[in-house]
Design a binder for this molecule. Structure first.
Ligand code: NDP
Length: 283
């Protein structure tokens, strides 16, 4: 049986470090502050935002949620973002997706100051990631959290064959850049890839982020591989399930993340960690 990569436990450790960092910053007169903007009344978004808010407050981060009506115009939203960009007490800004159709998500991403970009989606920060910059800059929290998991579980990255299933801007692409920067040999497969299993079976590190429940099974995995399941899908009974068939995969993999309790808790912990980093870097 594979060793379990316990994201819940690791998130507790990361959160404890973040709480400590907040205490230290406060002694220097800096109170890290995160602003989360939510447009409309999507129920799932509200729950995400409430969880982020609660976690921030637990860790001593000043967290503000700005709820806007669903008919908010793009101009109004960009104006509000600009106000927060100018506000020196604010260190991190994020806009919860999905956004209503009258708002262009890319324009919003560009509007958030790169120095306050809690999600790490601003093209300037994405460019630094791809250029493997040695400057301080934020990175998309899910892949950044996965790098923390790989390090905590002593997974060898340099020289490893890393295969990522999915090429989204928030998971697959930044994950590829982070692993390449850490000297893995990286392959990204997606819905147009032919014979995807030929790639996944060669992976020492397999990261799956597709949103398709149980796409990857034990037979698609190299024996002993590290398998990271990003997927969050609801089955017919409303139970949370991953993109990897845990039962068959855990018999073949060397290390594996569960769903729930794997990547999910690490994403929030990384958002908090990154907010505090933005506050530190602002000095
Ligand atoms: P997207 O829908 O943006 O991207 C999905 C990717 O999977 C696409 O690149 C798509 O390919 C690829 N894909 C779809 N079908 C296949 C297939 N049959 N074979 C190979 N590749 C395929 O999703 P996200 O990256 O935003 O999210 C992926 C999953 O991760 C979701 O379940 C989401 O809920 C979850 N998630 C979890 C987070 C966490 O904190 N735990 C954070 C973020 C996401 P193509 O580009 O060709 O269409």
């Amino acid at each position: 049986m594979a060793e379990l990569i316990d994201g819940k436990q690791l998130a507790k450790k990361v959160n404890a470090q973040t709480e400590q960092a907040v205490t230290e910053l406060k002694t220097q007169g800096i109170e890290p502050k995160l602003v989360v903007i939510i447009v409309g009344d999507d129920e799932a978004s509200r729950i995400y935002v409430r969880n982020k808010n609660r976690k921030a407050q637990q860790l001593g981060i000043n967290s503000e949620t700005k709820q806007l009506p669903k008919d908010t115009s793009q101009t109004e939203l960009l104006k509000l973002i600009d106000q927060y960009n100018q506000d020196e007490t604010v260190h991190g800004i994020m806009v919860q997706s999905p956004l209503p159709s009258q708002i262009d998500e890319a324009a919003v991403t560009r509007a958030i100051s790169p120095a306050k970009d809690a999600d790490g989606f601003n093209p300037e920060n994405v460019g630094k990631l791809y250029a493997n910059s040695d400057l301080n800059f934020p990175v998309s929290c899910t892949p950044k959290g996965i790098m923390t998991m790989l390090a905590a579980y002593d997974v060898q990255i340099a020289g490893a064959n890393a295969v990522i299933v999915g090429r989204s801007n928030i998971v697959g692409r930044p994950m590829a850049a982070l692993l390449l920067n850490a000297s893995a040999t990286v392959t990204v497969v997606h819905s147009h890839t032919q014979n995807m299993q030929a790639y996944t079976r060669e992976a020492d590190i397999l990261i799956v982020a597709t949103g398709i429940a149980h796409l990857i099974k034990g037979e698609d995995i190299k024996p002993g591989a590290t398998v990271i399941d990003v997927g969050m899908n609801r089955d017919e009974n409303g139970k949370l399930t991953g993109d990897v068939d845990f039962e068959s995969a855990s018999k073949v993999a060397g290390k594996i993340t569960p769903v729930p309790g794997g990547v999910g808790p690490m994403t929030i912990a990384t958002l908090m960690q990154q907010t505090v980093e933005l506050a530190k870097w602002s000095e």
